[in-house]
Design a protein around this ligand. Structure first.
Ligand code: AMP
Length: 590
């Protein structure tokens, strides 16, 4: 089906931050753009200073930085001045505890004010922040704390009891656990945050970090092996700032709501950092998705710019137009979405519901900031991810017969025509490009070829330069916008005494994009049964939390490659009823 492009009225084109895309691309220069930042008073750059302190020291000191909506819809506001004070105190506490520049401070918290204070305070102290999604189960938490060699963890008493206390002994690097509230409980192995903050020493200012100093560690999943810790530096803040201005059309007086959880990269780059660097008001909702509540937040908080995800929009669509129409959404000026393919129906639905199309954009944990986007003043092509940001060079690289990027004498080559798919690649060197996979040099080096960063996504570029997402080059799963590594799920299932082998795939789902589905081979002597299936589902949920399989199927004959790996691709093809393709690598005798 052909979808007509959505043109923009002249008024939208005139008033957007980016009015002339072609010119902005031609003239853009990262060094010139950097003048929008202030830098540390004594030289250097620190994300938290750009996000908080420089506003707190100026005319925006009393402007609301964080507007937090709690579970019961009570609203708590923190001004820039107050956020500066609290984050400095948090930094002082970390210094009192002996944490030093570069030490990893992990957070495991719901969307509560303490999370924002901990993240920005740890950045002020020069520590590296690693946020964990609070819906993870103990296993992903244990693995990430270990891989990132956590020195400190900030969490809540409930999350500590339920998910951390049982694994704490397995993380020898973890020197301090800080729990929110006033009560450390009887065990004595954690520190209560409130009294500790009250007793913290002098504010000694923001650590003298440079643009190349590590700031953020985000774990992301690959097809094989352990999760990868993508490391970002303080200099990334320039890309956060510029991309929010161009791709999200964000302005200082906006009320901005990014629905992503800060446990994931979107919730960090755009749910905390970017709106604050602009001096805007950032809305944070403690609760999970609920259609009525979300419309209420949009309406009551007078949200101007809304950054959300396709799964959430598809869920809203299911509630029908009447519900949307019963709220006053007239404050909305710009709607954007990220994280998974955005189907054209949703773009058009936005146009009907809000009088605004949904602007899809594309990026990933490794890129740190939006790379490809539909812009406020530029025609939207429903189903397309849009055009590269000013300052970003993208291309589609040709692949060889094995699906790897084609290299001839070390050189790569772009696909020759707009119809041909290839691997989406970005010219290396933008400010928020990840600088390492924590402790894994080889894995990092493998992501680059001939000066290009290889994204692992398959795309095509049309004759006008718009990019279209076609799929992943690997087996990772995107469920409700969250990247799930099949290997992590398989390894956990293997720890169940009944399981001999597991193969995990993404099964297409109308709302969540994909669901995690596991095929399980049972150990000899174990009989498949409905109670066992339910037990395995519960086992997965207990260990893995939000990334656990939603479906389990028993299969005593999982297909293997000659080297003995479970062929997830074939499982997926069978699940979809597709042709099984080239089976030459399938094991000879089954
Ligand atoms: P993450 O690193 O968890 O943010 O996931 C990044 C991956 O999500 C990308 O490599 C894509 O596979 C997918 N993704 C992100 N944005 C989009 C989009 N706009 N359309 C399609 N897929 C997307």
């Amino acid at each position: 089906m052909q979808w007509s492009p959505i043109g923009k009225p002249a008024s939208a084109r005139r008033s957007a931050n980016l009015t002339d895309y072609e010119r902005a691309r031609r003239e853009f220069d990262w060094d010139r753009a950097a003048t929008a930042l202030s830098g540390l008073p004594g030289g250097g750059l620190n994300i938290a200073h750009e996000a908080v302190d420089r506003h707190a020291a100026g005319p925006r000191a009393d402007h609301t930085a964080l507007r937090w909506v709690d579970h019961s819809e009570r609203v708590v506001e923190l001004s820039y001045a107050e956020l500066a004070r609290r984050t400095s105190r948090f930094a002082a506490l970390l210094r009192d505890l002996g944490l030093r520049k570069g030490d990893r401070v992990f957070t495991l918290l719901g969307r509560v004010p303490e999370l924002y204070v901990a993240v920005l305070g740890a950045l002020k102290a020069g520590c590296v922040v690693c946020p964990l999604f609070s819906a993870f189960g103990p296993e992903p938490i244990r693995q990430r704390l270990r891989l990132g060699e956590a020195a400190a963890l900030v969490t809540s008493p409930g999350l500590y009891r339920g998910k951390v206390s049982g694994i704490r002994d397995e993380v020898p690097s973890l020197r301090h656990v800080l729990v929110t509230g006033a009560d450390a409980g009887p065990s004595g192995d954690v520190l209560a945050l409130e009294p500790a903050l009250a007793a913290a020493g002098e504010d000694t200012g923001v650590a003298a970090t440079s643009p190349d100093d590590p700031a953020l560690l985000h774990f992301t999943s690959g097809t094989t092996g352990t999760p990868k810790g993508a490391l970002h530096v303080h200099g990334a803040v320039l890309a956060h700032h510029v991309t929010a201005e161009y791709a999200l059309d964000l302005r200082a007086d906006d009320v901005f709501w990014c629905t992503a959880d800060p446990g994931w990269v979107t919730g960090m780059s755009y749910g905390i950092i970017a709106p604050l660097t602009h001096g805007a008001t950032l809305v944070s909702d403690e609760a999970e998705f609920d259609a009525r509540r979300w419309y209420r937040v949009l309406a009551q908080q007078r949200v101007n710019v809304w950054y959300t995800a396709p799964t959430a929009l598809r869920m809203l669509m299911r509630y029908g137009p009447e519900l949307a129409r019963s709220f006053d959404l007239s404050a909305l000026r710009f709607v954007a979405s990220v994280g998974e393919p955005l189907n054209p129906e949703v773009v058009l639905w936005g146009q009907e519901q809000f009088g605004l199309p949904v602007h899809d954009n594309w990026w990933q944990t490794e890129t740190g900031a939006i790379m490809i986007s539909n812009f406020a003043a530029v025609e939207v092509r429903p189903g397309s991810m849009g055009l590269p940001l000013p300052g970003i060079e993208a291309c589609v690289l040709a692949r060889d017969r094995d699906g790897k990027v084609l290299r001839v004498d070390g050189r790569v080559r772009e696909v020759s025509d707009p119809a041909t798919p290839g691997e989406l690649a970005l010219r290396a060197g933008w400010p928020s490009m990840f600088r390492a996979y924590w402790g894994e040099q080889r894995r990092y080096a493998d992501c680059f070829a001939d000066g290009w960063y290889l994204t692992g996504d398959i795309a095509r570029r049309d004759a006008d330069g718009y990019y279209w997402f076609l799929g992943r080059a690997d087996d990772v799963i995107k469920s409700a916008g969250h990247l799930v590594g099949p290997f992590e799920v398989e390894s956990t299932l293997l720890e169940h005494p009944s399981v001999a082998e597991a193969g995990v795939i993404g099964k297409p789902d109308d709302v969540a994009g994909e669901l995690v589905k596991a095929f399980v081979t049972l150990r000899p002597g174990v009989t498949a049964s409905e109670p066992l299936r339910r037990e395995l589902l519960a086992f997965g949920r207990r260990r893995l939390g939000a990334v656990a399989p939603r479906e389990i199927e028993f299969d005593q004959h999982l297909p293997h490659t000659r080297s003995g790996k479970v062929m997830r691709r074939l499982l997926r093809a069978r699940e979809l009823g597709l042709a099984e393709g080239d089976l030459s690598t399938l094991e000879a005798a089954r």
